[in-house]
Design a protein around this ligand. Structure first.
Ligand code: ATP
Length: 502
């Protein structure tokens, strides 16, 4: 099955099983806006909690905030978003479709990388066990040619982006022979800059009301609260402030489901440190954040770092953690060393002093900052798409299963009376009522047990507890494991211990 087909299946599975619905579906939807259904909101909340706890509970020097979405319009002037939060867009005159010029070029580079991977796969097949990938990469003329081509395009691309050279970007697209995937033609418009912020008005009288923006990132709500938090919580540098919240971007191209939305959620943490120590903290957070991802049990081959060539106006180092989505490796999280840019700018624009007195060195300074910024919805998509499996069982039947990390699954257990009579529902409910204080529990008595197991597999419930006629006699149940489908008889009193250890 092609990766495109798999992705389509994932999207329809998300809808069919109550994870994600297109927004305003009754009215044919609203571009790149989505709603989370009953199972989706549980999975999403569990991801939030996993992040929040890892930040605020596991680090004594990280505290949280929940700042408002509406903020003073000057904040976005100070942060640089009014002037520079742009994407270069380009239209194809034949299909009338709009693209991001930078994405067209990045996709072109990714295609060359794919060719290299194909060469490796072919050679692996040819040489079998004796294949040495490193040696192959260093000696194959074809691969070396592709690498050279990639590097040349990369360099030109980075230079053009850094110089904000829109005409140059268009020329590069033309030179590379990039065609519109819809019309197949090279009939492009000029490249233009497009600001991604949504604007609205605040105030009841439209004439004197102010234009304000829906925040395009949550980070600024942290920076403008730096002094409040540092003082009220008596924080000592180094310390971090974490926040989870909505962000809004009027994305030019918003196709890939919840990968790129116009309304989405971010989980951001700004870590304030002494100037000169920022590269140590940058490296610390680079590693720490990768460990957070790996602790979910998803194989490390699915992740990679991508160091930035074009640094944002505020950064002196930046890397992305990329994940292999069904449509290839793409950014999941950004880690940026933002220097003292933001605090300095807010100091300048607000006229208020933002300084920290460091008693260890007897000096006042504007703290430097390392940011970790991850999309909640993108993390959802990463976890969900990796978990989606279609399996053929030993008896030839197929099943669809979500092998979600157990701590993230919408329900931890489902309690199922084998039949809907003879006192089994009562016993099942009593087990559920005991478990529900410590874990999210589901109960179902409709349909055959086989069908109920399949449904729980499809929403990723790790444990099914079946109450049968013997249960009434021996006070035991059958626990079925989602991933192996193994079943084991367990005494009711031991259910919690069993679940904790399997
Ligand atoms: P991209 O290059 O994919 O547009 P970005 O570099 O603009 O992303 P950042 O500004 O660094 O993204 O935002 C931090 C994180 O927020 C990203 O790593 C991503 O997970 C998430 N994010 C950004 N834009 C969106 C969006 N439109 N929809 C969903 N998540 C997003």
């Amino acid at each position: 099955m092609s990766s495109e087909d798999i992705f389509k299946k994932i999207v329809s599975h998300a809808k069919e099983y109550g994870f994600i619905f297109p927004s305003s579906e009754l009215y044919d939807g609203l571009g790149a806006v989505y709603d989370y259904g009953p199972n989706g909101v549980e999975l999403k909340n569990n991801i939030k909690q996993y992040w929040w706890r890892s930040m605020t509970q596991m680090h004594e020097n990280i505290v949280g905030v929940d700042s408002a979405i509406f903020m003073h319009p000057k904040i976005w002037k100070a942060s640089g978003h009014v002037d520079a939060f742009n994407d270069p867009l380009i239209d194809n005159k034949d299909s009338k479709k709009r693209y991001r010029a930078d994405v067209l070029i990045e996709d072109h580079i990714a295609k060359i990388e794919e060719k290299i991977n194909k060469e490796i796969a072919k050679a692996k097949k040819r040489f079998g066990d004796s294949f040495n990938e490193e040696q192959f990469l260093a000696t194959s003329e074809r691969v070396k040619g592709y690498k050279q081509e990639m590097e040349t395009i990369h360099q030109r691309f980075a230079d053009l982006m850094n110089a904000n050279d829109l005409a140059g970007l268009k020329s590069l697209i033309e030179e590379l022979g990039i065609v519109c995937p819809i019309s197949g033609t090279r009939n492009w418009t000029d490249v233009r800059q497009f600001n991604l912020m949504f604007a609205t008005k605040m105030g009841s009288v439209s004439d004197d009301s102010d234009t304000i923006y829906l925040r395009p990132e949550t980070a600024q709500g942290i920076f403008v609260n730096y002094l409040n938090v540092q003082k009220t919580n008596r924080m000592k540098i180094p310390f971090g402030i974490a926040q989870i919240g909505k962000a809004f971007r009027n994305e030019i191209v918003a196709r890939q489901f919840i990968f790129r939305m116009r309304e989405f959620e971010q989980m951001e943490m700004e870590f304030f440190c002494r100037p000169g120590t920022e590269m140590d903290w940058f490296n610390y957070w680079k590693e720490e954040r990768m460990n957070w991802h790996l602790a979910l049990g998803i194989p490390k081959e699915k992740y990679r770092y991508h160091d930035h060539e074009k640094l944002a106006h505020y950064a002196n180092a930046a890397t992305d953690i990329e994940f292999e989505f069904p449509f290839g490796f793409k950014e999941l999280e950004g880690i940026h060393s933002r220097t003292d840019f933001d605090l300095k700018r807010h100091q300048e624009f607000s006229g208020k002093k933002i300084q920290y007195f460091d008693s260890e060195i007897n000096e006042s300074y504007t703290p430097y900052c390392v940011e970790t910024s991850i999309g909640l919805d993108r993390t959802f998509l990463a976890v969900f798409s990796h978990a989606y499996k279609e399996e053929t069982l030993s008896d030839g039947q197929t099943r669809t299963v979500l092998n979600l990390p157990k701590q993230l699954a919408p329900y931890k257990v489902s309690v199922l009376p084998l039949v809907n009579k003879d006192g089994l529902p009562e016993m099942a409910r009593s087990i559920m009522n005991d478990l529900k204080f410590t874990m999210r529990t589901h109960y179902e008595e409709k349909d055959t047990i086989g069908k109920r197991y399949r449904r729980q597999d499809a929403i990723g419930t790790p444990y099914c507890i079946t109450v049968d006629n013997d249960s009434l006699k021996d006070n035991s149940v059958t626990i079925r494991l989602r991933d192996t489908m193994q079943q084991e008889r367990v005494a009711v009193d031991n259910i919690k211990t069993y679940i904790a250890s399997h």
